[in-house]
Design a protein around this ligand. Structure first.
Ligand code: C5P
Length: 224
């Protein structure tokens, strides 16, 4: 643990995509680099927090000073998150696949034979909503992400209510925002009813600002 305002505080971060197996060689996934989630985990660790980073498969190096848990599927990600509890703050930045294949084939599906495979899907658990449920193990602060292309703030407000989390980082991914494929990220931080518009920032800067806001909320550092 680094010395810092979050020394002694525990954080959980999810990052990256999940991979949902179709058969031993194929999977369903979301596109996600894991850059934002990994940067948040690193920023919280630099402020002194004990960080568990639960990540799906990414090309990102493990951030310094965090306890890594590498997972593949949404169900594994949820189990790893629950194993990491209790924590003071959870930040769900992973791009979790909404569906998995109901019954994974234990053998590679063959294209010979003329018949197309039919994939029956099942709904994956919502990790953010599950962690946000009231109860003894609920983190004191639960932060989710919302990537929107339009009505960014209205959709983020609805998502905050639906998921039961405390804060939403709403990400403007409309073509005009330049977020996709670009280095800068235009986000709005919604804390309950309070909305803050952030200027275009790098993912690293978004992570630092979010970590500072979390530290300020938990320990009142005034560092924001
Ligand atoms: O519902 P939607 O995917 O737009 O919500 C995004 C937020 O919910 C992100 O914080 C994401 O990490 C989280 N999420 C989750 N588990 C899911 C789906 C989304 O934790 N199955």
């Amino acid at each position: 643990e680094a010395p810092g305002p979050l020394r002694g505080w525990r954080a959980l971060v999810t990052s990256g995509p999940t991979h949902e197996p179709i058969d031993p060689v194929r999977y369903i996934a979301n596109r996600s680099s894991g850059k934002q989630g990994h940067a948040i985990a690193g920023a919280l660790a630099r402020l002194g927090a004990s960080v568990t980073l639960v990540s799906g498969p990414t090309r990102e190096p493990d951030p310094d000073g965090v306890a890594m848990v590498h997972v593949e599927s949404a169900r594994d990600m949820l189990a790893a998150c629950q194993d990491a509890l209790p924590v003071d703050v959870a930040v769900c930045a992973a791009a979790v696949a909404d569906w998995r294949v109901r019954a994974m084939s234990s053998q590679k599906l063959k294209k010979e034979g003329g018949q197309l495979p039919a994939l029956e899907l099942a709904e994956n658990p919502d990790i953010l909503a599950t962690l946000s449920r009231p109860g003894r193990m609920r983190p004191g602060l639960v932060v989710g992400f919302a990537a929107e292309t339009e009505k960014v703030v209205a959709h983020a407000r609805a998502k905050l209510a639906r998921k039961g989390c405390d804060w939403i980082v709403a990400n403007d991914v409309s073509p005009s925002s330049g977020t996709f494929g670009g280095t800068s990220n235009t986000v709005h931080l919604l804390r309950g009813d309070t909305l803050e518009d952030w200027p275009p920032l790098s993912k690293e800067e978004v992570a630092q600002r979010l970590a500072a806001a979390i530290a300020d909320h938990l320990v009142g550092t005034g560092a924001e």
